[in-house]
Design a protein around this ligand. Structure first.
Ligand code: ADP
Length: 423
């Protein structure tokens, strides 16, 4: 279109005079022009020629004309009702000077048809795409909500106490991760529920035995004619059983306190003075059982711990070392420094622990030899308390044992570098 405009401008610039008749003559020679309207203006924008036969001498204020009179070529188009309407304007020079401009318009039905079908195609594709997006979104939302509902219904099942229930989530997305976390949580709930049930059944079983003895003894006193001496002996036994119940409930309280209170802050202490106190306390019982206690507390380290816990840990280990020893046996208590650890070791020359029992002795109420443990006032809670206290103070405990030779309990705590603390 702009080319046609230029051609016409070149044609007109050869004319000596630019007016209606000279341009009409020139236009009639250009039969290949095929345009809708042609306007030629002078340099002030006044029409010299207008193919629409409107009266000339009118000023043409079309934007294309204004631009062309600024010596610029201009082309624009728009589409309306199946027709493409294009406009072009180009400056017209005569003898090297700007003499006006040539402005053309063209209504093209063919191009318009092309645009119309293009428009239709784009619309159809857009609609198909939108439909696909909607179908996919619905399918995705549906799949998402099915999986979410699966988690929700699993939650309800778990709420009813069915901790063994697992949610099955296929795929590899965030919901799968959520499902895995959920299953992990229910595993933990299940484990904790099992522990709780085990504890309740163990505790009631343990409490039942002394209660049954008390009942039996008191029934015997009431039902039988017996001498004062026997009655005295029975009442003494009742007292012993009551003491055992008392000790057990104290230990249970102690254990549950240790397991529930976790944020007590410890202090930095050397281990030797506390261990020394324990030895002093239990020395009389050791002598009674003909056990010799040997201590080597020279390699002491400062550790961060609740001092009461350290006392209880050492007490239970030393007490066991005496209880499960043999008359004439030895109990060696030593402190060691290993790497960055402060170590407390209690080694006895006692009965030893069978290897299959080693992994159980820290469990609540577990006793290798029930009769022996009961005779010495044991409840199967001492080592459970020790392990719980060691762990809450950031330490670890291990045991080695040989049947008939003895057992060694080793407790390790991170040692504190006092130089660093003082810096
Ligand atoms: P208890 O009150 O029965 O002593 P503990 O928790 O202290 O309970 O110990 C659990 C069991 O581990 C004991 O019943 C005993 O069989 C065994 N045990 C603990 N310490 C020793 C030891 N030093 N030598 C041999 N056996 C031990």
């Amino acid at each position: 279109m702009i080319e046609k405009c230029r051609l016409a401008a070149a044609e007109f610039s050869g004319l000596e005079i630019l007016n209606q008749s000279t341009i009409t003559a020139a236009v009639s020679k250009m039969d290949s022009l095929r345009i809708t309207r042609l306007i030629v203006t002078d340099s002030s924008g006044k029409a010299i020629f207008d193919s629409s036969n409107q009266s000339t001498d009118a000023y043409i204020f079309l934007p294309e004309v204004v631009t062309a009179l600024e010596s610029k070529n201009v082309f624009s188009w728009n589409y309306h009702d199946g027709l493409m309407y294009s406009r072009a304007a180009t400056p017209l020079y005569s003898f090297g000077k700007l003499a006006g401009c040539v402005y053309m318009t063209e209504l093209d039905a063919q191009q318009g048809e092309l645009i119309k079908s293009l428009q239709y195609n784009v619309l159809s594709i857009t609609m198909v795409l939108e439909l696909v997006v909607i179908v996919f979104s619905l399918a995705f939302a549906n799949a998402f909500s099915i999986r979410l509902r699966r988690i929700l219904s699993s939650m309800r099942i778990i709420r009813e106490g069915e901790y063994s229930h697992k949610v099955a989530m296929g795929g590899n997305d965030e919901l799968t991760l959520l499902g895995e976390e959920f299953n992990d949580l229910t595993d933990r709930l299940q484990a904790s529920e099992n522990r709780r049930r085990q504890f309740v059944s163990d505790a009631s079983h343990e409490l039942k035995t002394p209660l049954a003895s008390i009942k039996l003894l008191s029934d015997s006193i009431l039902q039988n004619e017996m001498s004062m001496d026997t009655v005295h002996e029975f009442v003494e036994d009742i007292g012993k059983e009551a003491d055992r119940l008392n000790r057990m409930s104290q230990k249970l309280l102690n254990l549950s306190r240790t397991e529930s209170v976790e944020d007590d802050v410890g202090e930095i202490v050397y281990m030797a003075p506390t261990v020394q106190r324990v030895v002093l306390m239990l020395d009389a019982i050791a002598q009674e059982n003909k056990i010799r206690i040997e201590t080597d507390l020279t390699q002491d380290s400062p550790i961060l711990i609740l001092e009461d816990d350290l006392y209880q840990i050492a007490f239970n280990l030393v007490e066991n070392g005496i209880k499960y020893n043999i008359p004439g046996g030895v109990l060696k208590i030593r402190l060691l420094q290993e790497d960055d650890m402060g170590v407390l070791q209690v080694e006895d020359s006692g009965v030893g622990i069978p290897s299959e029992a080693l992994e159980h002795i820290f469990e609540r109420f577990y006793r290798v030899d029930k009769a022996r443990s009961r005779k010495s006032g044991g409840s199967g809670l001492g080592l459970a308390i020790v392990r719980s206290m060691v762990q809450r103070n950031g330490g670890e405990i291990s045991v080695e044992s040989n049947m008939g030779i003895g057992s060694t309990f080793t407790v390790r705590f991170p040692a504190f570098d006092l130089d660093k603390v003082n810096e």
